[in-house]
Design a protein around this ligand. Structure first.
Ligand code: 5GP
Ligand code: MN
Length: 340
């Protein structure tokens, strides 16, 4: 963390404050883990903290310490609005633009309280009085770890904080294998284990709690896999009907896109998931090496993220969205051929 950032935040936190901590829509392990971890730490430092999310998070995260204290805008709209209107300071974690909070953005855009952003996504918007942005970081949870470190709080890391931050780092690094995982990440992880994160149990809680429905849906997804070797690209699609037939629940498709990327020689993968309720096709992009799915998602599919992991959406039918995707690929033929 930069010295000036630490000083600015120090001033903001000099006296006990009413604080809300907000994550992005469809929160993942990093969003929930980083927000809960920071929430516990700020409470230990004497602040009054409420963690908010735009909407619900998947079942496989519902064991995280403190997750029962999270309130969601879609279910508890009035309560969330009240918390935000009473807040003196708002921490926004794991996203780089207010529109990543969906409908909650309208509320956040109107507040008078100051924002502090902690995030690792590329090209952050400029809405916060303090922006702690570092795109080289494995996860926002790792940034919260460095935040605590910068405020001399490592000794105050409780098992609850350790467990939340470990989970955020683990889920965003694909269990410590994506390129943003560094020696510094592993040192932070080692400390978190010392502070009470039960690593083996956390892995089991996240990865060994599959439902039969999810595995059957994975079967459908793999069956729908299309390989385009000329572009070193593979994609998967899942229709609303297929989701319904397999009793889809939030989080069930998490990680599916990685199977497409795991094919030998493939450097670019996508998954298209039909969402009739929102009338969109949700897309996840993944890549290996220097091919930037952040740029690709920004340019063509109203999205963004990181170099190797990004998301976006299509506003047409899934079939048309996929056709559009296929039509764009020739423009990237050289980049994909050269990617290492
Ligand atoms: P996922 O594909 O796992 O949903 O997301 C991959 C990464 O891209 C995450 O870091 C996520 O925050 C970001 N992301 C996902 N969907 C969107 C989107 O619609 N817009 C933007 N800007 N980022 C997204
Ligand atoms: Mn993240």
């Amino acid at each position: 963390m930069k010295k000036v950032t630490i000083e600015q935040i120090s001033t903001l936190l000099a006296h006990p404050k009413r604080i809300v901590v907000v994550g992005h829509k469809n929160p993942d392990g990093d969003a929930i883990g980083s927000c809960l971890g920071l929430g516990f730490f700020l409470r230990e430092r004497g602040h009054d903290v409420q963690v908010l999310m735009p909407n619900d998070f998947p079942e496989f995260l519902k064991w995280l310490p403190g997750c029962d204290t999270v309130i969601t805008y879609d279910k508890n709209t009035a309560q969330v609005k009240k918390s935000i209107s009473e807040a003196e300071l708002i921490f926004t974690l794991d996203f780089n633009a207010l529109n990543r909070t969906g409908d909650l953005a309208e509320v956040l855009e109107k507040v008078t309280a100051s924002f502090v952003m902690i995030d690792h996504h590329q090209q952050p918007d400029d809405y916060a009085v303090v922006t702690y942005s570092d795109v080289s970081m494995s996860s926002t949870a790792q940034m919260v770890y460095h935040f605590i470190e910068a405020f001399d709080g490592l000794d105050e890391i409780s098992p609850e904080i350790a467990t939340n931050l470990y989970t955020g780092i683990m889920t965003d690094t694909g269990s410590f294998r994506f390129p943003a995982t560094t020696a510094v990440t592993h040192r932070a992880i080692a400390t978190l284990i010392e502070k009470g994160a039960n690593n083996s149990e956390i892995h089991q809680n996240i990865y060994d709690t599959n439902s039969e429905n999810r595995l059957k849906l994975l079967g459908v997804a793999l069956n729908n896999l299309v390989l385009m070797p000329d572009y070193r690209t593979a994609y998967i699609s899942i229709s609303q009907e297929e989701l319904d037939q397999n009793h889809f629940r939030k989080g069930d498709t998490e990680g599916f896109v990685n199977y497409a990327l795991s094919i030998k020689n493939t450097v670019f993968a996508a998954i298209f998931i039909e969402n009739r309720q929102e009338n969109i096709t949700k897309i996840s992009f993944r890549s290996k090496g220097e091919f930037s799915v952040n740029e690709f998602a920004r340019k063509h599919f109203n999205g963004g993220g990181h170099t190797n992991a990004a998301g976006g959406r299509g506003d047409q039918s899934m079939k048309e969205t996929i056709s559009e995707f296929i039509a764009i690929l020739p423009d990237y033929k050289n980049a994909l051929s050269d990617a290492t």
